[in-house]
Design a protein around this ligand. Sequence first.
Ligand code: SF4
Length: 685
Amino acid sequence: MTQMGGEGVNWIGQSAFTGEKHIFQNLGDGTYYHSGLLAIRQSVAAKINITYKILYNDAIAMTGGQPVEGTLTAGQISRQIHAEGVRPIHIVTDEPEKYGNHADFAPGVTIHHRRELDDIQRKLRDSPGVSAVIYDQTCASEKRRRRKKNQFPDPPKRAFINDLVCEACGDCSTASNCVSIIPQETELGRKRAIDQSGCNKDYSCVDGFCPSFVTVHGGSVKKGSPVNPDQLMDQIPLPALPPMDDGYDIMITGIGGTGIVTIGQIMVMAAHLEGKGASVLDFTGFAQKGGSVISYLRLAKTARDLKAVRIGTGAADFLLGCDMVVAGSREALRTLQKGKSSVILNSQKNQTAQFVLNRDADIHDGLISHNISHMIGEDQLDRVDAARMATALMGDSIATNMFLFGYGWQKGRIPLSLAAILRAIQLNGVAIKSNIQSFNWGRIAAADMALVEQALPHPVKGDATLTILDDIVAYRAEYLTDYQDEALARRYRDRVEKIRLLEKKLDIQNDDLSRAVARNYFRLLAVKDEYEVARLYTNGEFERKIRRQFDGDFKIRFHMAPPLLSRKDRKGHLRKREFGGWMFRALKILARMRGLRGTIFDIFGRTAERRMERKLICDYEYLLNEFEKTLTREKIFTAIALASIPSEIRGFGHVKEESFKISTKKSIALLQDYHSRDKHMVTAQ
Ligand code: SF4
């Protein structure tokens, strides 16, 4: 920890007392300009081994995207630090070509694509003295903002994930560090999708090693419902507004960059227009990493009646929970009180930045809901699927929070007049029409959900998955018939049935083991080999999904690494390549050839990956046989854990191989535990 502008200087003292030889130190361009250069100078003078990573992102990302003071160029920074004695200096960027032959860099500076960053850092950690990487890439949030104002190039290209193919391995999140890759819960497990509204068109996610990505060239993201909500408003009654004799306190919680601060400002302006007193205090996190935002909004009859700007413990009258995690935070819960507060909560499970690092991160929505209802009583908590509905209706997830605002107002939770709110939205001056429409859709949803459902361009599906074992098995058996044939489906059903009978025989009161086998044995049988990937692109479902999201005249390009057509990189991993529309026709032919799978004519079946997958099936069937012979009630939990291991073997190629290695260690430990219970039994007897 150090003060802003002192980045890296603590290492001067520390480095003499540790075996660590070198550190990397991040430094923003704004900080560099006002004081960070002095820290670099001190590091050079002290002759320590350190690499400064100067993040040249063209905006003060931390405080809302203001321009960097002094507007230094990357070239000027390189010359300044070169003059201070920093060597070597590398420029890393997503657009190396933009410098052309006119770059004004210091002598010896080299320019690299950002995919080389890891290699560069590995070399620099062994480099003596002070070195630097100037990472030149415009702040992601800032790019989005500027694009909305037509102030930044907006390439007509979008990345899209075919969730049918996705294995939820998380490699795309690792490759991109992007919070616009979001989880999508399906019957076949968690998949990933791209939040097109939040996407900054960086495309690094496409480098995730899998064939699930396509890029969509041309066309546009669908605009939402053709129904204009303004025409439905005469059917919506005006609500009774809450009294505000002793003032009225509203907590607004959400995620940075989604308009939470704007909602607070609109409410304050509406109060001002009505001659009321109002204050708002915003606590904002990092927008580009999905940081939390909490706005404390206090309303009173006059400005003189307002005292502190923060809302006291148990003092909130209403909480507008635009994001579940922030609404369930300690700070938000602190302000709630039974008998006083009520909450309207967006039920969408927005993941935190943790999801980038942990492919299985979960926000535990059930626990959050429980905590909120514990504070205020279940009858005062209203959950609404605002994100899905607003996105479907308006074609952009940014509509969510205005939708929820309208919903809350129509439910009579906000003591401000409709006229004042609409005027405040106009005075806000940004996206006036769509903000009013989103607000109106929220009002309609609160008054008459049937009207919203009729207007949805496609049904809004929740995260619910099958819960009854028979349904789980039937769904997968049908899938396996399409995947290969009825014989494979029968093999699957028979195995699950045997485990179900075993559970009954042992008088186990639930079917958890059967469910684990139903889901995991299926995963192994329905392996996503070349034929299956081809089928999942050409069975009509993928086309339906992409048509649901994009409009107009667009072309699709595929990003794959077919073993027979791809080269390997330095690490020996296959490299993905981009393929044009002809690939779709090739995939159609390949899908029809799936009858060759497992025969001597199966040209893909001899790779190490396919052999590993076949062995996994054999091992799993062996395990099920073992259960039939040796399972006891005491061993049931270990058996469930063992049966669930295949769900951890995910991805394609080297990613799958890596997860296989990790899961093998886990299975060995579990198997030892399983068999050790036999020994305990024998010893006890
Ligand atoms: S398979 Fe892995 S890399 Fe590909 S989209 Fe799914 S999570 Fe991302």
